[in-house]
Structures are given as C-alpha cells and as structure tokens.
Design a protein around this ligand. Structure first.
Ligand code: MN
Length: 729
C-alpha cells in the first residue's frame, strides 16, 4: 500500500481484543512471559532506553519552539508513545499526568470508529482538549498523530502543553468564575485538524480567533508537532534497527512488564489491608459569584479507601464523594485516572517502566455523578485541579501508612502543598495600548510534605509535574508586563509543624504598573486544610488567604526613596499596611473572582507549604532554631508550637535558650495532658454535634451531597456514629 493511502482499519476490533485478552488472562495482551526480555535482556533494555530517550529529547528540544513561559521555562508539556490501541509504552519527563489522558483521547477516537470517519491515515494530525473525553481541562491541548511503518499503523505519538489562555469567559489558564461548559473556552473534541503532516488552514484560522493569545497557541502547536515528529523519526529508526516484529512485541511486553513491576512494588512496599482517609476543599462563592446558581459556599468531600491485596493488587475507591456543580472544579474520570497515574509513578514505580501497565494494575472507582466523575459535558471543567489536588493528598497519606508498617520510613511522604493561587487576568499597557496576559504558573513550586526521615522540600514540588519549577520572575514579567515583582521570598509559618516539618511555602508581592486597566483573580484553599492533617502527630500546612492593596501611595514612597514593603511575612505586623497608605483588602478566603486593578495597587500571592510528620515537640531545638534563622517559622511559633525558645545573640544570630526551652516544652506537655480526652469522650462529643445539628451550613450541604449520592456511604456514616435510620444532616 503506498504511504499516502495507508490507513488504520479495524482499530476498535483490535482494542476490544486487547481488552478481552486482559480480562481473560490478567496479562496485558495475554502476555504471561516476557520472552524478549528473557532471551536478550540487554537488547530489550536498550530499545526501551532508546524510546524513552527519544521522548525526553523530543520534549527538551521542542519546548524551545514555544514562546510561552509556561511551556518554555516551566516545561508544562510532555510526550508519550502509544500502542495502536492507545496504551502508553513510554513517556517523557514533564507534566506526565497527561500520558494517561491522551490514552483516553486515543481510545475515544478508536471507540467512535475514527478509522472509518474521519479516517486515520499516515500524516494525519488530531487535536483534543475536551475534559469529557479524558482530558483534565481545556487548557491542556493534545496533539496526537498516528505512526505508520510501510503502510501499517503501529502506534501513536502524542504531546500535550498547558496553554497561557484558552479563550474562556475570563482570561487565564485555570478559570474560576465559570459555571458551565460554554464558558470553558475553545473546545477541540478529538478533531482531525491536519493531513500530510500539515495543520489545515481553516483550523488555524479558527484557533487564532478562539483564544486571547494566538501567538502562544500557534507556537505551542508547532512545539507539540515538532516533538511528535521527532518521536516518529525515532520509532522508525528503532524499527529499522530491530525489525517491525520485534518492536510490536516489545511494546506489549513493556506494558505487561510495567504492570508486573507495579504488583511487585505493592507486595514489597505495602502491608495488605484497607487504608482510609478523607480530604476537603472550600469553594466560597457566596457573595462573589456572577451566576445565581453559583452564588453559594460549597465544600468538596473526597473520602478515599485504598485496598491492598496480598497478591499486590491495589484498589482506590472514592465512594461518597460530594456532588458536581456550577463551578469549574468538576473532574472527568480521565483526569482522576491521570492524577492516580502520576502519583503512582512518583511513589511506587519511579524506578521501573513507567507506562499504562501501572494504570492497568491500579484498580479504581470514581463514582459516576460525583465531582470526581461528573460525566456531564455541559458542566464547567476549567479547574478540576481545585478539587483533584486536595483529594489525592489522601493517597500519599494512605500509602505512607503502608510504608511505615513495612518499615520503609524513607518512602513516607505526608502529602504536598496545594499548587494554588495562580494569579491570572490581563490588562492593557498604557505605553503601547497592547493587551498583556497574566497567566502565572510559579505555583508549580510549593512545599512537599515531610518525609519519614527528613523535612519536606521547600518551594520545590508540584504533584502533577515531577520536574517542578517556579520559573524566573524576569521571564514572567516579559509577558505579564503590567504586573511587576517586588519580591519573592520564603513565607514563615506555611510549613506544617512536625518532628520533620513540611516543605516551606513562599510569597510573591506584585505591583500593578503602567496600565490603563487590568483584571486579576485567583484561587486556593482558604477556610479548609486542603490536604487533611499531617501524619503521626504532624500538622497540616497553613491555608491560603487573600491580601491586596488598592490606590496606594507607592509612587510617593519611591519618589521619597523610602523603603517599600516586600510582603506579609508576619500578618500580625502588617508590613504592607504600615509601609503604605491605601485600601487594604484582607480575607481568609483565597478565592477571588476577577476584579479591576490600577497603577500602584499591590497584590500578594501566597504559595502553600507541605504538611508535617510526627510530634513537633520532638523536633530538635537546633533544627527549630535553624528554621527561625531561615524564616521558615516566626520566633513565637517556635515557642508556642515547638516549645523552643530562641533569642538573638549580640551578633544578631539566633540561639536556643536551653533552660527556657526545657521549661516551655514541659509546660506544653502538661497543657496537652490537661486538655486531652479519651476517644470515647471525643466520639460522644462529635456525635452530639451531629444529633443536635450543630454543623455549619456549608458542611451540612457537603455531607448531604455525599449521603444522598451514595446509599453505601450514608449507611456506613450512620452506623459509625450510631445515628437513627434515615438520618440526614
Ligand atoms: Mn493544565
């Protein structure tokens, strides 16, 4: 068959056959023995390394084509290679959450007989960003090409990049004000957008008119295309060297090996049993929302049960999750699967073959009709991360208890900071009259939770991208031209307390300058600890809050050469309000919908720390003293929480007052004993609250959603608290 007419036919039949083989044999593709690996392990590993190397170098090279700081500097893109049926074989570095979401998009095309209409031929280009097909949010745009060899379809290469703007009802990449699909922006639902290796002109025209930043769209698309073509070339090279039969068998063995590695790791690292936890997130829209139906405070409930079998089986269940709604935090099942996948690759199989084998091995249940599997394409899916990130802290807590039980203390991770508070919006520069986007992504570096043997990483972690990077302030300023940086620094008291503390969060202070007008908005946890508690006596990290100043005398302060403020290190000291005059807006709710700002307004971003591990009274005084010296904790926090009294010496160096510390720790322990109650008393007290209806409205609504959505969960809740039949909060 000549190359130009080569077509993929019967893909749906092949996919169904692969699914049948897995169902019936329990092995991917029915492969129970890794014969290629057994016969010549060096050749097998060499081919895997070549493929993996090709994906990594495609990413490293292609990102330079993009102009967006989110892609170019932070590396919010990734590439993967898939079997003809859409299972990932190997992945690049980067935002690898999307390796599995692209798999879902490919399978959507296969299940809908795309090989018949619109056809899948050599040189075709497909694009997808529809969350209802498996993507996370419209901002994540997939470019997917079929790869052929001598007329036969042998796989797919895919690349994904996170856009600066996707044409939603508000500017930015994670819209917060949206209430339905029709505000999510530019939708491309698994469309064929090109043939013969060229994107069609009509699609380019449509795309350029559908987003606020067409230049970034265009260059990001070229970046993804360059990457997938590099991958196609590399696969052709491997096939020339190894032969087609070898490569086809290799792909399937690699996935089955990925599955087996996962089972072996689970057996090795975890104790069989049932692990349970819950996570929450606040969405305080009351009084803020633009839509009547959105104008209500809500809370997300993410109960999580992980069952580990003696055979290495793994099952994650979120029965009882709260409802979807008119907010942008609804998640598709595919995005939950992507998140499950990306965390597994960081905590269980980081040294193995990372591919969809691990996805197959990780059983899961995201109940349909809840926020985590909303299954309704008319809902808004602009920022599923808002609920998904908190929910999956539960997985780290559950697995860490298993690692502890097995004695793998060094594998423990208590959780992670909330990668939230993305400053977004846009404005018009006075000097040029030009639009500039504010589409910040420095939230990609928050605190990691404490480990079982050491503190968490400071300002260096994102759960969805194992290569976290906050990017250079100067680079952000090149696009966010009307929003200058006054500072970036470690934010005291954001790290969760513990024997090992969570990684610290940080703050950035921005100045609105040289604009005729702009709008800004943001979101993160405010009233609720997004990641639950820490582990084994460790504390949660601090929640976020909102602080900005309007109509300040900043220009006057600069003219008079007086020092200007650098942030809000100690909220009690009110550094911003005392250094400047202006309207101060301070709220415990970090969520803010777009508002207008003008010159000399100041905007603070507060990035999350991670949760802590173990009793803070067991942290060594020397470590706490170093924390104070490093601005991780304020001196009064060292004293009130850790019981460590520190004072500056004559040279201004922080020193531990040993005697005062001993007294303070003894007093804190005595206070704890005095306030402690036994479990039965605690249980009875909490039960009484339920029976007497002493529950905040927002919490009542959340539990009602969980109980009316799941009879199983409702029964369990009533049984645990010994509540009357049919009881509802
Ligand atoms: Mn994204």
């Amino acid at each position: 068959m000549p190359e130009q007419t080569a077509r993929a036919v019967g893909l749906r039949r092949r996919l169904e056959e692969m699914e049948r083989l897995y169902r019936e044999t329990g092995h991917y593709g029915g492969i129970d023995r890794l014969t290629l690996k057994e016969q010549d392990p060096f050749r097998y590993e060499k081919v895997y390394a070549e493929l993996r190397g090709a994906l990594v170098s495609a990413r490293e090279t292609a990102l330079h084509i993009s102009a967006s700081p989110i892609v170019r500097n932070i590396g919010e893109l990734c590439f993967a290679f898939y079997t003809p049926e859409g299972d990932s074989v190997a992945v690049s570095t980067g935002i690898i959450t999307h390796v599995h979401t692209m798999s879902e998009a490919i399978k959507f095309m296969i299940r809908n007989d795309y090989d018949q209409d619109p056809g899948i031929a050599e040189g075709d280009i497909f694009c997808n960003n529809d969350p209802d097909l498996g993507n996370v949010h419209t901002t994540d745009v997939h470019t997917i090409i079929p790869v052929f060899w001598e007329g036969e379809m042998i796989g797919w290469a895919g690349g994904v990049a996170h856009q600066v703007d996707i044409g939603a009802s508000t500017p930015g990449h994670d819209p917060i004000a949206t209430a339905n699909r029709f505000e999510d922006g530019f939708y491309v639902t698994a469309e064929k957008i090109g043939e013969r290796d060229a994107v069609r002109k009509d699609f380019k025209v449509r795309a350029s008119r559908s987003v606020r930043t067409p230049l970034y769209w265009d260059l990001d698309e070229k970046c993804r295309l360059a990457g997938v073509y590099m991958i196609r070339d590399a696969v052709h090279r491997i096939i020339r060297e190894e032969g087609l039969d070898y490569f086809l068998r290799f792909m399937r063995e690699a996935i089955e090996e990925g599955r087996q590695i996962f089972l072996a790791r689970v057996r090795e690292r975890l104790v069989p049993g049932v692990y349970r936890t819950a996570s929450f997130e606040d969405a305080p829209y009351a009084g803020k929302a633009w839509h009547p139906e959105q104008n209500q405070d809500r809370m997300m409930h993410a109960p999580m049960t992980i069952t580990i079998g003696a055979d290495g089986s793994f099952f994650l269940d979120m029965e009882g999750a709260s409802a979807p709604g008119p907010f942008p935090f609804n998640a598709s099942e595919g995005s939950m699967q992507g998140a499950l996948w990306v965390l597994i690759t960081q905590t269980l199989i980081y040294d193995g073959k990372v591919n969809d084998g691990s996805y197959l091995a990780a059983g899961h249940h995201f109940p349909r009709g809840t926020w985590c599997n909303a299954a309704d394409p008319t809902l808004a899916y602009g920022s599923p991360w808002g609920f998904l990130i908190p929910a999956f802290t539960g997985m780290f807590r559950c697995l860490s208890r298993g690692y502890f039980a097995r004695g793998y203390r060094e594998e423990i991770v208590c959780g992670y900071g909330f990668t939230g508070d993305p400053t977004q919006g846009g404005g018009i520069l006075r000097a040029t009259g030009q639009y500039f986007p504010v589409s910040n992504f420095e939230l990609c570096s928050v605190g990691l939770g404490a480990r079982g043997t050491m503190d968490g990483l400071d300002a260096a972690y994102a759960m969805w991208n194992p290569e976290a990077d906050m990017g250079d302030a100067e680079v952000w300023e090149t696009i966010e031209s009307g929003l200058l940086y006054l500072s970036r620094r470690i934010k005291p008291d954001t790290a969760g307390y513990g024997r090992y503390r969570g990684g610290s969060g940080w703050e950035a202070l921005r100045l609105v300058h040289g604009v005729t007008g702009m709008e800004l908005y943001s979101f993160r946890d405010g009233a609720v600890f997004h990641g639950g508690a820490g582990l084994f006596g460790g504390y949660p990290n601090a929640t976020g809050y909102r602080l900005f100043l309007r109509r300040t005398n900043f220009a006057e302060v600069v003219r008079e050469r007086r020092p200007y403020p650098l942030g809000d290190a100690d909220p009690a000291r009110r550094e911003l309000d005392t250094a400047l005059r202006g309207e101060v807006h301070r709220s415990p709710h970090a969520l803010i919908l777009p508002q207008t700002f003008g010159d000399d307004d100041l905007w603070l971003c507060v990035f999350s720390g991670g949760p802590g591990y173990g009793d803070p009274l067991e942290r060594t005084p020397a470590e706490v003293c170093a924390d104070v010296a490093g601005n991780v904790y304020l001196p009064r926090t060292a004293e009130n929480v850790f019981g460590v009294v520190v004072r500056p010496d004559a040279a201004g160096e922080w020193r531990v007052d040993e005697a005062a510390t001993e007294r303070r720790r003894a007093a804190l322990r005595a206070d704890r004993r005095a306030r402690s109650v036994d479990y039965a008393t605690f249980w009875e007290r909490e039960r009484r609250k339920l029976l007497e209806g002493r529950i905040a409205d927002v919490v009542r609504r959340m539990y009602r959603e969980s109980m009316s959505g799941s009879a199983r969960w409702a029964e369990e809740f009533r049984a645990f608290w010994q509540l009357p039949d049919g009881w509802m909060p």
